[in-house]
Ligand binder design. Structure first.
Ligand SMILES: Nc1nc2c(ncn2[C@@H]2O[C@H](COP(=O)(O)OP(=O)(O)OP(=O)(O)O)[C@@H](O)[C@H]2O)c(=O)[nH]1
Ligand SMILES: C=C(OP(=O)(O)O)C(=O)O
Length: 288
């Protein structure tokens, strides 16, 4: 039997308002960067899942839209009234007639193989909506609907019970990374214990399971390259994701020394630094 191809809908709240319970969880990491990294790892895992044909991100946030489009997701505008369930409904409407999976954007440890197992199991009964409760058991991380069946999302406080009351059936034996949503600093530690995706790891807490540690000072190799993760043209500064997985900020002076007029997100660059490790110049990899 040919397996169905799923459309995964991932709403992403405006980054300055999203994940408010996590605000201040990581010293020296801007809140928006943490909220974005969680969404990037969630979307990257969904895109890497072999049963997923398309990921639709519903967002009003321009930074999130740009970064998640660069990963390969398609953007759907936030409905005017805002709100999580309306965002899911608008995304699902774009996927009418297809297998739809509603996924929250706060699953930074998600493994494509665990999402694939859940989707495979959800497709076993072609008439039914299925859901996955979050790790505490009260919320929901995934809600699925077969073609022709309305998604009818009931995300929010107590959503696992609300989904069950609406006729959706819990999926059995779901892997831990699909259930591990991150709402609080303690959740982030628990997700780190499962193994975080690359974007959240790059913030400096990958591998640490006891405490949330400050990012270590970067140690650069002789010819370190990376990609542009953020860039503010007005401030002329931003952040780079280096090839060794660390994320570093670059000051306006390093951009000014580049001779470039603009940096694009995802653009490859090479860095030059002083003896103390401060970034002094960004160049294109071909320049010396
Ligand atoms: N597009 C969109 N996404 C939303 C909205 N509200 C929540 N989300 C997303 O839904 C997911 C799960 O929601 P919550 O865990 O309640 O996240 P949150 O509202 O960002 O977090 P808190 O402020 O801590 O409650 C998150 O990944 C959010 O980005 C919304 O109004 N619009
Ligand atoms: C919106 C939800 O997320 P959380 O409970 O994690 O805030 C939900 O579980 O339905």
């Amino acid at each position: 039997m040919v397996e169905p191809s799923w459309t995964v809908v991932v709403p992403v709240k405006r980054l300055d308002a999203a994940k408010s319970r996590l605000r201040g969880a990581l010293d020296r990491v801007p809140h928006e960067s943490l909220a974005l990294a969680l969404a990037q790892d969630t979307v990257a895992a969904a895109l890497a899942c072999p049963l997923v044909g398309e990921v639709l991100v519903v967002t009003a946030d321009r930074t999130a839209a740009e970064s998640l489009r660069a990963l390969g997701a398609r953007m759907v505008p936030e409905p005017p009234q805002g709100g999580l369930n309306p965002a899911f409904v608008v995304g699902a409407a774009r996927a009418a007639g297809r297998w739809v999976a509603a996924l929250t954007a706060d699953l930074p440890a998600l493994r494509p193989v665990e999402l694939a197992a859940a989707l495979r199991s959800a497709a076993d009964d072609p008439g039914m909506r299925r859901f996955v409760a979050d790790a505490p058991g009260t919320g929901t991380t995934l809600l699925t609907a077969p073609p022709g069946v309305p998604l009818s999302p009931r995300f929010g406080v107590g959503s696992a019970a609300a989904h069950a009351a609406s006729g959706a059936v819990a999926l059995p034996a779901v892997g831990p990374t699909l259930r591990r949503d991150v709402d609080t600093p303690a959740d982030l530690v628990a997700a780190a214990a499962l193994g975080l995706g690359g974007h959240t790891t790059a913030l400096g807490l990958g591998g640490h399971t006891g405490t949330l540690l400050e990012p270590a000072a970067p140690v650069y190799g002789a010819d370190m390259q990376g990609t542009v993760a953020t860039f503010d043209p007005q401030l002329r500064s931003g952040t780079l994701l280096l090839d060794d997985g660390t994320q570093v900020e670059f000051p306006a002076a390093a951009f000014d020394a580049s001779g470039l007029r603009l940096l694009r997100l995802g653009q490859r660059v090479r860095i030059e630094h002083d003896d103390a490790g401060g970034l002094t110049r960004i160049t294109l990899p071909t320049f010396r």
